[in-house]
Design a protein around this ligand. Structure first.
Ligand code: ATP
Length: 314
């Protein structure tokens, strides 16, 4: 069990006939063992592509990514197969795609352990323990039922159990709550939390803010890069390796693309971005040594100041 993820300038390009789609344009991301992270962001921003890369299903076009000890750019196909069989558990979108319909819940988990066993992993957990971890043990004899006999929420938790059958250090789940009602969704969130408490790193792609809130950290992917982060209820913009910052949508509405900004570092470690068009003759920004945060309201009304962005982003 390790579960560490490191991405540096990670790029992925879909090469289509006649043109390329740059799905990831330089992702920098660190995930520590035992963290739970939600990947959020608009449709098409690159979340699923990032998940597929971390799962070793596709290869980076450039940049670096490691999962545990495996360098995803340099690893051989055999290394990647080993990583998938022993270190990473993947839940594809749509519970059914992860399950064999003719096997019972318990048999599905046992079957999923075969690849790890083939790679020499001996101390695999009992399927019942894995099912207990996701809250499926003792639910009306669910162990002996087949996927179609389970409720949608139970089916999704069985898909989690199958991905966890070989006790991976990292669980990757793509939209694990899509098409679930709120009760089933909350059960999946609780199962993911139980998995994290058990020591597994959890990375979930989701559109659901409730799922995002249920994870310890929220990472927003925009245009193929990490655009922002949330931790403990606080929102942060993230400075990219090229110095670019994705402004939150409400600030972007005030500062549309192409706006010229004056950038004023402040002694207190904050930075003020002032649109060039807002500066009136004789209304210079408050000098750094006289700057007080309560001046913001006045300066804001003059259109001279926009929200501060801490340089000390997490
Ligand atoms: N197989 C593919 N072939 C070509 N382009 C693709 C393929 N898969 C994804 N893309 C493109 O790559 C970009 C990122 O897609 P991706 O599916 O990773 O985004 P996403 O954030 O997961 O979107 P969604 O939330 O809608 O699932 C998009 O422009 C998408 O159209």
């Amino acid at each position: 069990m390790n579960g560490t993820v490191t991405c540096r300038g990670l790029v992925y390009i879909y090469r289509l006939e006649g043109y390329d789609v740059v799905a990831l344009g330089g992702v920098d991301l660190d995930i520590a063992p035992g963290e739970s992270v939600a990947l959020l962001g608009p449709s098409g921003s690159g979340k699923s592509t990032l998940l597929s890369l971390l799962a070793g299903l596709i290869r980076p076009a450039a940049g670096r990514a490691t999962v545990g000890e495996t360098d995803l750019a340099k690893a051989s196909e055999a290394d990647l197969a080993r990583m998938r069989a022993t270190e990473v558990g993947v839940v594809l979108q749509g519970a059914e795609r992860n399950l064999l319909p003719y096997l019972t819940a318990e048999q599905n988990v046992r079957f999923a352990q075969r690849a790890a066993r083939a790679h020499g992993v001996g101390d695999l957990p009992a399927p019942r323990d894995v099912l207990a971890l996701v809250g499926l043990l003792g639910v009306r004899g669910r162990l002996r039922q087949r996927p179609h006999e389970l409720t949608p929420g139970e089916r999704q938790r069985l898909a989690l159990a199958v991905a966890l059958a070989h006790k991976p250090g990292l669980l990757l789940a793509d939209e694990p709550t899509s098409q679930l009602d709120s009760v089933a969704r909350d059960e999946v969130i609780a199962a993911l939390e139980s998995v994290r408490r058990n020591g597994t790193t959890v990375v979930v792609v989701t559109h659901d803010p409730e799922v995002g809130a249920g994870m310890g950290r929220q990472v927003t992917i925009r245009d193929g890069r990490v655009g922002g982060e949330g931790r403990l209820g606080e929102e942060f913009a993230v400075v990219g390796r090229d110095g670019a910052v994705h402004l939150p949508p409400d600030v972007l509405a005030m500062l549309p693309p192409g706006t010229r900004l004056r950038v004023h570092p402040r002694p207190d470690g904050t930075v003020v971005l002032a649109p060039a068009h807002a500066a009136q003759p004789g209304s210079e920004l408050v000098p750094a040594d006289e700057y007080e945060p309560e001046d913001d309201a006045t300066a804001y009304r003059r259109g001279q100041i926009v929200p501060d962005y801490s340089r000390e982003v997490a």
